[in-house]
Design a protein around this ligand. Structure first.
Ligand SMILES: Cc1cc2nc3c(=O)[nH]c(=O)nc-3n(C[C@H](O)[C@H](O)[C@H](O)COP(=O)(O)OP(=O)(O)OC[C@H]3O[C@@H](n4cnc5c(N)ncnc54)[C@H](O)[C@@H]3O)c2cc1C
Length: 409
């Protein structure tokens, strides 16, 4: 396994594992019981550098890239996926939108604090009408009034919205202009009235790191917080979601590995008719299926990440990696529950709720069907998945050190 990535990424992996084993895993059940967002742990994860791999040192990142970010995401999720739930908001989508499309002032003001875990991020695209066609279902309006935009409407499934200090939110400035009518805003819900986040009760998901319905009632956003120009929002967010896809795929891989580790341990311990159940061939068949799919998913996720690091076309391979890893997570969670028998349904064992996270990764940040459409349309020659490669006008965090070495201080 170690030879799948360079030594420096192995060191980051070890550091994530130490942090999770000593700081997070022993506390997470109590945090869940209290239902309190673990701000101090996010701050410590930020200070340890776990959120900065996609960004240059000038904004507090490490510049280590997508493979490093994928490995961090995978290991966070493998140790405790509940804590990993805020990873993309801190380390990918939210700061990515701001870094790629923001002014230098916006980047300097917001990105270093997100990467440091000092502020909590959010990325709110989806609306109640449906996420797969986020553009067609977007009804939230932003109307300019002097130095402010006034936002009205509702968003759905906005993760961490009940905690966020600095988020990116999409709204229509021109409802008749298709994707050119969507604008991205940096929102600060704690500073301005009119933003209400209501956590949604979810089966098997964290009660401390939550997803929300959001209601915007004359919510004010200063004009200086617009990201890019009016009408650029959809391009900004699509690029960020593509960048975040590999870290979501890595999270799914982490969940699959957690299921596998627990199933192997339990199969060796659980005695039936005088022998460990691991000796039964049908249990071995499940373990073998899990192992084979996990190894395949890992190669796909790392390959997608490596291509992203090299600046190669990667939308198609990232979609394949996300699709495969989320399928693997679902299969591994299902098989792990079977290995555990009745105990697989008891909340005392994490396989009982890992299944909900596996289901989430099948849906979140582009459903399995949406990934399959992209993969199949590319294969059939209807739409090239990587047709936008190299055409962006936005900043590239891999190469762009826009603000000089002092910005993060
Ligand atoms: C826990 C959680 C956290 C989330 N966090 C965020 C967040 O932080 N920010 C954010 O913006 N969004 C977030 N989401 C939203 C997530 O991205 C959406 O749920 C996802 O995009 C799917 O949208 P939907 O749930 O409205 O399903 P729909 O779009 O209504 O789709 C329903 C079903 O129809 C299928 N389908 C849709 N179109 C097609 C088609 N053309 N062909 C075949 N099948 C199709 C889908 O695959 C799906 O199975 C989160 C969701 C969850 C559950």
């Amino acid at each position: 396994m170690d030879d799948l990535f360079p030594e420096e990424i192995g060191l980051i992996r070890d550091s994530v594992n130490r942090f999770m084993e000593t700081e997070v895993v022993p506390k997470m059940d109590a945090i869940e019981a209290a239902g309190e967002f673990p701000r101090d742990l996010v701050l410590r994860a930020g200070a340890a550098g776990f959120y900065g791999n996609l960004f240059p040192e000038s904004v507090g990142g490490s510049g280590m890239g997508y493979l490093a970010a994928a490995v961090v995401s995978e290991e966070l999720a493998r140790n405790d996926v509940r804590f990993a739930a805020c990873f993309n908001q801190q380390a990918a989508t939210c700061p990515y939108c701001i870094f790629t499309a923001g002014s230098v002032e916006q980047v300097v003001k917001y990105v270093p604090k997100l990467l440091a875990g000092e502020t909590i991020g959010m990325m709110s695209l989806t609306e109640p009408g449906g996420g797969s066609d986020a553009l067609g279902n977007m009804h939230t309006r932003a109307v300019r009034d002097g130095d402010y935009y006034i936002l009205n409407g509702s968003k759905m499934w906005a993760s961490m919205a009940n905690e966020t200090d600095v988020g990116v939110l999409l709204a229509k400035t021109d409802p008749d202009a298709g994707h050119r009518g969507v604008t991205a805003f940096i929102v600060e819900p704690k500073k301005y009235p009119g933003f209400e986040a209501r956590p949604v009760e979810m089966h098997g998901l964290s009660k401390a790191l939550r997803t929300n319905a959001v209601f915007l009632d004359d919510f004010k956003v200063p004009v200086e917080n617009r990201l890019g120009e009016e009408g650029e929002g959809f391009k900004i967010v699509m690029q960020a979601l593509q960048a975040g896809r590999v870290t979501v795929a890595a999270k799914a891989l982490g969940v699959a590995r957690a299921c596998f580790d627990d199933a192997v341990r339990y199969a060796n311990e659980r005695m039936v008719k005088g022998s460990p159940i691991g000796k039964f061939q049908m249990i071995q068949s499940d373990i073998a299926d899990m192992a084979a799919s996990i190894e395949a998913s890992r190669l796909l996720v790392y390959d997608a990440a490596r291509r992203m690091d090299a600046g190669l076309p990667c939308n198609r391979i990232a979609a394949i990696a996300k699709y495969h890893a989320s399928q693997t997570a679902k299969m591994a969670a299902d098989k792990a529950q079977q290995v555990f028998g009745g105990y697989g349904l008891a909340t005392e064992y994490r396989v009982s709720w890992l299944k909900s996270y596996a289901d989430l990764f099948f849906t979140g940040e582009g459903t399995a069907n949406v990934q399959k459409i992209l993969i199949a349309e590319d294969a059939l020659g209807y739409k090239v998945a990587d047709r936008h490669h190299g055409k962006t006008k936005f900043r590239d965090p891999r190469s762009d050190d826009i603000v000089g070495p002092a910005a993060a201080e």
